[in-house]
Write a protein that binds this ligand. Structure first.
Ligand code: PLA
Length: 406
């Protein structure tokens, strides 16, 4: 038999985040715990489908008028309108003035990719600045889309807080017009967000230099439990009349991970520009995936357009956010009770799905080997994967890692 034409293909490494789940699935231990990928679990450690989502799906199934035709290239029109309203606010002047184009994309990742390819084709500045650190997929998505990636200082390990002066300095010396990726809320992986005052200073600096904001909004409602509060940073930038991009994901806030439902919005100066921008977005999407899937977007549109269902969703969303916040407190208390060396107050100060523990690669490897706890090697743990029952096991593991591992 002759050699494969692919004989020279080398084995690729697992993804730093999704690969954690692959390793977890292979572990036979009954105490194993997956705190790698950001996926919400109940107190029983089970994935959660929201009641309101079940209800919407039932309505869709019962509606005999629904068909499975292709959606337009830009996706479900209702979904797009409602998504823009959700992120920019019900009374957003930009929406009222028809200056926003919104296209349905494949969850947050696909929205980032489509936005980045549009910029690579039609925007004069090809450099995008991303925070250091950031979600590990950002540099790959933007590079493959044809942008050149640089980073700006964001996190200071010594304070476990925002390196605000570093951030201002780096954005201040970025070339005018450069694109800047901003996490709208619940920064991944650090859990550290700018304050409202700091956002305002960032806005002033960026607008004065003509830097183009590209918001990644993967956690609206998950940070504070309030959908409007978590969109404040974006609304601040839209309120000044300037332009920006926003990538939205419904993976976390509606628990629609596998449905791959999200949206890219581009806020423009005029309605005329927005129309032309949308025509070009279609040229990006058509050869990439032709048009987006119908089911997830229909669920979202059903929920967002019905007042009662929207309220039900916000209540369920708040319950998820509150459970994560209570996990922070429980983990912090458990470490204090064990007298684990170090200051662990960042666990309760950080925001969103993740705690950036400060544990190093060796300590993480120790916890996986000795305690069957799976997390990303940068020391990030998904608080959403934790429950009251598993907190003691995690606290034991952290205590042992800090006191005995290198
Ligand atoms: N942007 C940020 C900041 C994210 O954290 C994630 C997901 C996405 C976009 C993309 O999500 P979506 O395409 O599923 O909508 N980050 C996860 C999962 C939760 C992942 O890595 O894919 C994470 O564990 O970091």
């Amino acid at each position: 038999m002759s050699d494969s034409v692919f004989a020279s293909v080398v084995q690729a490494p697992e993804d730093p985040i999704l690969g954690v789940t692959v390793a977890y699935n292979k572990d036979q231990s009954p105490v194993k715990l997956n705190l790698g990928v950001g996926a919400y679990r109940t107190e029983e450690g089970k994935p959660l489908v929201l009641n309101v989502v079940r209800k919407a799906e039932q309505m869709l199934v019962n509606d005999q008028s629904r068909v499975k035709e292709y959606l337009p290239i830009t996706g479900l029109a209702d979904f797009n309108k409602l998504s823009a309203k959700l992120i920019f606010g019900a009374n957003s002047p930009a929406i009222q003035e028809n200056r926003v184009t919104t296209v349905q994309c494949l969850s947050g990742t696909g929205s980032l990719r489509v936005g980045a390819e549009f910029l690579a084709r039609h925007y004069h500045e090809k450099t995008i600045y991303i925070p250091q650190p950031t979600w590990g997929n950002h540099p790959k998505v933007f590079t493959l889309a044809g942008l050149s990636v640089k980073s700006y200082r964001y996190y200071d390990p010594s304070t476990r807080g925002l390196d605000f002066s570093g951030l201002l300095e780096d954005l201040g010396s970025a070339p005018s017009g450069a694109i800047v990726l901003l996490h709208a809320c619940a920064h991944n992986p650090t859990g550290v967000d700018p304050t409202s005052d700091q956002w305002e200073q960032i806005r002033q600096l960026m607008r004065s230099k003509g830097l183009l904001p590209f918001f990644d909004s993967a956690y609206q409602g998950f940070a504070s439990g309030n959908l409007d509060a978590d969109a404040e940073s974006i609304r601040l930038f839209v309120a000044d009349g300037g332009e920006c991009l926003a990538a939205q994901s419904y993976a976390k806030n509606m628990g629609l991970y596998g449905e791959r439902v999200g949206a890219l919005s581009i806020v423009c100066k005029t309605a005329d520009v927005a129309t032309r921008v949308e025509s070009q977005l279609k040229l990006v999407i058509r050869p990439m995936f032709s048009n987006p899937p119908i089911h997830g977007a229909s669920i979202v549109a059903t929920i967002l357009k019905d007042g009662d269902m929207y309220t039900e969703w916000s209540v369920e969303l708040k319950a998820m956010a509150d459970r994560i916040i209570s996990m922070r407190q429980q983990l912090y208390d458990a470490l204090c009770a064990r007298g684990t060396p170090g200051d662990w107050s960042h666990i309760i100060k950080q925001i969103g799905m993740f705690t950036f523990t400060g544990l190093n690669t060796n300590q993480v490897a120790f916890m996986t080997k000795e305690y069957h706890i799976y997390m990303t090697s940068d020391g990030r743990i998904s608080m959403a994967g934790l429950s009251s029952k598993t907190v003691p096991h995690l606290a034991d593991a952290i205590h042992a890692a800090v006191t005995s591992a290198a």
